[in-house]
Design a protein around this ligand. Structure first.
Ligand code: ATP
Length: 326
């Protein structure tokens, strides 16, 4: 009920009377009063004025099921939310939940990760109260395993859109899975899949976003940044989470229409951090250099070398700017 009361308070700029809340949720005045007190303890500033009712003054940058549910506007993403103060990794948790029968659209969120992961087993720095660490579970009935890796690019575009909407920051995408601002990473995406040859059991999309960080550990500080460091703004993490999944639903619909990126590639290309610039493709088989042109409808990076056009698919490959990370 707390999240419903929170939602009712947030719906209006004015006051909501205790009576109205009692009637709306069919509970006693004491129950409403108790819920309001709990919300205050969690950090919500709520004013109570005699004869007028309750009015919300400020919302803490809190990630909780109540907070996330009270601002949820998505159609299906986050239909069930699991929040944890700490997890080893939201991808690991989402995988377990998927195996236990959790539904399409289940969202796992943590305030801190003890073993956050990047691609190929690399670690993802995930300190408390600063970032967004979340994983969405998809159980699509009609995606072919070969098409699933494109969802990383779909999610990257959704994050770029959401970051712009919530913070005003223009970001770029370092193909295929990183969101960058001023040449440094604010977000990484890790998509994993459980599948048979021709059937997807489930797909999980893990997203880590640096939001409030004021500093980073020595080993990543030259390539990591946060929304706060770049914009000077203290945005609400829950608002950004909501925006990411709203944008994701829209991008996902486009993707599902054709099961490729033909409806999204032009917009993705506009965000492509290395577009028209020289890149080094670190392919374990044969590294090479060329100019990144954009992506294909299947999400491959088009790179023109001095002798030919190459299409790079994600997997084992990393792309770097010729003079640095981007
Ligand atoms: P690639 O280009 O191959 O994807 P990457 O270095 O971007 O390389 P990812 O797997 O996407 O690799 O991310 C993991 C890497 O990101 C880590 O090895 C580390 O360098 C960096 N990293 C770890 N935590 C963070 C963070 N919170 N913010 C930004 N960068 C981070």
């Amino acid at each position: 009920m707390k999240s419903e009361i929170l939602a009712a308070l947030r719906e209006t700029d004015g006051y909501v009377s205790g009576q109205e809340l009692c009637e709306k949720f069919g509970v006693s005045r004491t129950a409403v009063w108790k819920a309001i007190n709990q919300l205050k303890k969690e950090g919500y500033e709520i004013e109570a004025v005699t004869n007028r009712g309750y009015h919300i003054l400020s919302v803490p940058d809190l990630l909780s099921e109540n907070e996330l549910n009270s601002i949820r506007r998505t159609k299906w993403a986050g239909s069930k939310i699991y929040y944890y103060d700490v997890l080893d990794s939201t991808n690991v948790k989402a995988n377990h939940l998927a195996e236990e029968g959790a539904e399409h659209g289940t969202l796992v969120v943590a305030d801190r990760q003890e073993a956050g992961r990047g691609r190929r087993g690399r670690s993802w720095n995930s300190p408390a109260h600063t970032g967004i660490f979340m994983t969405l579970l998809l159980k699509p009935e009609n995606i072919l395993p070969n098409n699933a890796s494109m969802l990383t690019l779909v999610a990257a575009l959704a994050v770029a859109r959401a970051v712009k909407r919530v913070s005003g920051l223009e970001s770029g995408i370092k193909w295929p899975n990183d969101i960058v601002v001023n040449g440094k990473k604010i977000c990484g995406i890790l998509t994993e899949m459980s599948a048979q040859i021709d059937y997807v059991n489930h797909i999980i999309i893990g997203i880590g976003i640096n939001v409030q960080n004021e500093e980073f550990p020595e080993e990543i500080k030259d390539r990591a940044t946060s929304i706060y460091l770049e914009s000077g703004k203290r945005i609400h993490r829950a608002e950004l989470i909501e925006a990411v999944w709203e944008e994701f639903e829209d991008c996902y619909e486009h993707f599902m229409e054709t099961q490729d990126l033909s409806g999204l590639s032009a917009e993705y290309d506009r965000h492509l951090a290395n577009r028209n610039a020289k890149v080094r493709v670190i392919d374990p088989k044969e590294p090479f250099e060329g100019v990144a042109q954009g992506i294909t409808a299947r999400g491959e990076l088009i790179v023109d070398t001095w002798e030919s056009r190459k299409l790079v698919s994600s997997g084992e490959v990393s792309v770097r700017g010729i003079y640095g990370y981007v």
